[in-house]
Each structure stands twice: as structure tokens, then as C-alpha cells.
Write a protein that binds this ligand. Structure first.
Ligand code: SAM
Length: 394
């Protein structure tokens, strides 16, 4: 617990720094595990299991945890889900968090379906920007991917967000071979005329290992897609720094059946790397020049010549983004996770409801920061299986 002690002596308003020297200043808060879409790579057709309502944090509980996080030096908060806009009175929560002093950036990730009705109010309540997830620009393809909703409504949401000044607007697209990879150039072309930051997210192995017992096979897959010069053997053991007893007790996971979602083999076939997407864009639209996008987190950003917007890549599979990871995730049922790609979380809800003081909750934040793994170990077949993305707060 050396790092923990060191942080205590520095004082509580200093930034949180993990065991690998990374400043942890970004909290993603999932406000619900429910979603009004059923994206094929994310959720079963019938929906993923949801937590009992009583387990979902109230707005007051979320506000308190957000305030504590900000007092610990976390300056960026993103609201996500599930679909955050299906949570009743979500605008009330945005206003509560928007009113917190010390927060530099409050953003939200949405599928855009209900955005038109909320955008102006969000902007007035202190939301700075939105990310809209959009995997196709073709109306006839929309239902095949999202299995709910329609492109028109999402485009209306994007227009409303732009009109409300929620900018820069990021459009996040998960490109998948055989599903929408023939649209990557169309997405990039959007940036020629519109000030969007279009970002391509590599398909992630959330729950890939459930359903076909393919952990070993998956490990082989990652070995193949690892960048040149990168070997899985040089990775240090995940959680090697853990105080084992505390850690084992505090962390938990549960298996679930993702029936109706693409299975592991289908997901692997659909995976398409950043390098391939980039090649396809450059061979049609010309060179992508490096661009600086301050709010772009781990994405690598580029610009086509003369473009208003940018093209970014979030390559968590083929590039090591862990080295610059600055975030923690709070699930809708009150678990704090240090890493999206590894099962393991600390329960904040129980102590919160048992009357824990702010200082006690701060300790739990520090514990999670202390145990934040250096990197994920997908190459070794260690993918998260406990929750799907809608339950994690992607
Ligand atoms: N409902 C909101 C939305 O659609 O943006 C927020 C939650 S959603 C889980 C957040 C993001 O995770 C979306 O951009 C979605 O495409 C992405 N996502 C879900 N499962 C994924 C996977 N297996 N690989 C990559 N991205 C995934």
C-alpha cells in the first residue's frame, strides 16, 4: 500500500495517481444498465439482464460520488449507460453534476435516439459536449445493426446537439467486417463538410469468451493482431501489486448468457483493425495528416486535407492505449472499476448506503486507483466476462 500512503501524505486535492504514475482524472458514470437499442455486438435481442431497480444508484447517490471524485482531483465526468437518456429525468442529474464546482468537462455518450428532446436543456445545464454512437449512415441498414430505432431520429439528435452548441461532437462508429466496413470511407467523408470528430472504435472482446469456450483460441487471435515488436510475454502480471486478501474480497464477477448477441466466433470474424480502416480511407480520400484534438482522450486523430472535422481511431486491440489510460468507471449499480477490459470492481453502493463518511468513500476510490492494472491482458486470453458493455458503461 505504498502508493496509497504516498497519496494520503500529499493531501486530498492532489490528483489521483496510480501505481504506474498515470494521473486518474476522468470518471465515466453509467446512469443505467438499460438501453433502447440492441446493437448486435453489445446486447442480446431480448436485452441483457438488468440490475434490480433498488440496486441502481439514485441521483443523489451519483451526485455525492461525483462530488467526492471531483474533490479527489477528477476533473472530467462522462455520463453513459446503457443508454443514459432512457433514465427518467436524466436532465435533473445533468443539472446536478453540471453545478458541481471544480469540474472542467461534463460530457455524455448516447445512441442519439432521444437526444433531440434533451440537447438544448443539457447545454443550459452545463453539459459541454456529446458523443453519439452511430454505426451506419444507411437507413435500410440501421435496423440490422441496432435492431431498434431509426437513422432519422439519430440524425435529428445530432442536429439538435450541434444547434445547442454541444461541440465538438464526436461520432463513434464500431466498424465490423461484413456489417458496415463498406461505409468507413463515407463516415470519413462526412468530416470534409461537417465539424465532426468521427472516431472508429475497434470491436472489443467484451464477453467474447462466453458461449463458445474460446479463451485459448482468442489468445491466439490477439497474438496475431499484436503490433510488430510487441509480445504478450513482456507484460507484467495483472494486479501483481495487489494486496491479495483485500483485493479478492472486494472484487467480484458473475457469468451471464449473452444469447442473441453475436457469438465469439462471429465477433472475431467481424473484427477489423484500425490499420485496415485507415488504409481504406486513405486510398480513396487521400492522406490523413495528424491532428490535435484536445478532448479526444485515447483516440489518435487525423485530418483529411481541407476538412472541417477529424478522423480518429480508438485502437484498444491493436495499439496499447493502456499507457495513457486516465479513467475509472462507476457502474449503474454502484461498483467502481479500474479497467474496462478486466473483471474486477469495488462495491461503493453498500458502504454508501450503510452510512460511510466521505473520507471512507475516498479511501475506496484510492484503493481502486491503487489496483488499476498496468494494462489489459487480452493477448493472454483474459477478457472480461462478468458484464457486457451496456452494463459496464462503455
Ligand atoms: N448507449 C450509449 C451509446 O450508444 O453510446 C452509451 C453506452 S454504449 C455501451 C457505449 C459505446 O460502446 C457505443 O459507442 C458502442 O458502440 C460501444 N460498444 C458496445 N459494445 C462494444 C464492443 N464489443 N466493442 C466496441 N465498442 C462497443
Amino acid at each position: 500500500m505504498r502508493a496509497l500512503a504516498a497519496q494520503e501524505s500529499i493531501g486530498q486535492h492532489m490528483p489521483l495517481i496510480d501505481s504506474y504514475g498515470r494521473i486518474i482524472d476522468y470518471l465515466r458514470i453509467s446512469v443505467t444498465d438499460r438501453c433502447n437499442f440492441r446493437c448486435v455486438y453489445c446486447m442480446p435481442e431480448a436485452g441483457a439482464p438488468v440490475a434490480p431497480k433498488a440496486d441502481i444508484l439514485t441521483f443523489e447517490e451519483i451526485e455525492r460520488l461525483a462530488r467526492i471524485a471531483v474533490s479527489l482531483g477528477m476533473s472530467k465526468i462522462r455520463l453513459t449507460g446503457g443508454e443514459p437518456l432512457v433514465r427518467r429525468d436524466i436532465d435533473r442529474l445533468v443539472a446536478k453534476i453540471g453545478a458541481l464546482g471544480g469540474l472542467q468537462d461534463l460530457s455524455l455518450t448516447t445512441n442519439g435516439f432521444l437526444l433531440a428532446r434533451y440537447a438544448a436543456g443539457f447545454a443550459a445545464s452545463g453539459l459541454t459536449r456529446v458523443n453519439v454512437s452511430l454505426d451506419t449512415l444507411r437507413p435500410d441498414r440501421f435496423q440490422g445493426l441496432a435492431r431498434r430505432g431509426s437513422l432519422d431520429e439519430v440524425l435529428a439528435g445530432i442536429d439538435a446537439a450541434m444547434a445547442a452548441g454541444l461541440a465538438p461532437l464526436k461520432l463513434n462508429c464500431v466498424a465490423m467486417r461484413g456489417w458496415n466496413d463498406d461505409e468507413v470511407v463515407d463516415f470519413a467523408r462526412l468530416t470534409l463538410e461537417q465539424p465532426f470528430d468521427v472516431r472508429f472504435i475497434e470491436l472489443m472482446p467484451i464477453n467474447w469468451s462466453t458461449g463458445d469456450d474460446s479463451v485459448r483460441e482468442m489468445a491466439g487471435f490477439f497474438a496475431l493482431s499484436a503490433p510488430a515488436g510487441h509480445q504478450s510475454g513482456d507484460r507484467i502480471s495483472l494486479y501483481a501489486n495487489a494486496d491479495a486478501a483485500t483485493f479478492r474480497e472486494a472484487f467480484r464477477s458473475s457469468a451471464q448468457d449473452p444469447a442473441g448477441q453475436l457469438d465469439a466466433a462471429q465477433m472475431r470474424r467481424a473484427f477489423i483493425s484500425t490499420a485496415e480502416i485507415r488504409d481504406r480511407i486513405e486510398s480513396t480520400l487521400g492522406r490523413l495528416e495528424p491532428a490535435e484534438v484536445v478532448t479526444n482522450g485515447p483516440a489518435r486523430s487525423y485530418r483529411l486535407r481541407g476538412a472541417c472535422g477529424t478522423v480518429g481511431f480508438i485502437s484498444q486491440i491493436t495499439n496499447d492505449m493502456c499507457v495513457s489510460c486516465n479513467r475509472l468507471r462507476l457502474t449503474a449499480d454502484g461498483m467502481l472499476r479500474p479497467c474496462l477490459m478486466a473483471d474486477g470492481e469495488v462495491d461503493l453502493r453498500t458502504p454508501l448506503r450503510a452510512g460511510a463518511t466521505d473520507t471512507e468513500i475516498e479511501e475506496l476510490f484510492r484503493l481502486v486507483v491503487f489496483h488499476k492494472p498496468k494494462e489489459h491482458r487480452l493477448e493472454d486470453g483474459m477478457a472480461p466476462v462478468g458484464r457486457n458493455m451496456s452494463q459496464l458503461g462503455g
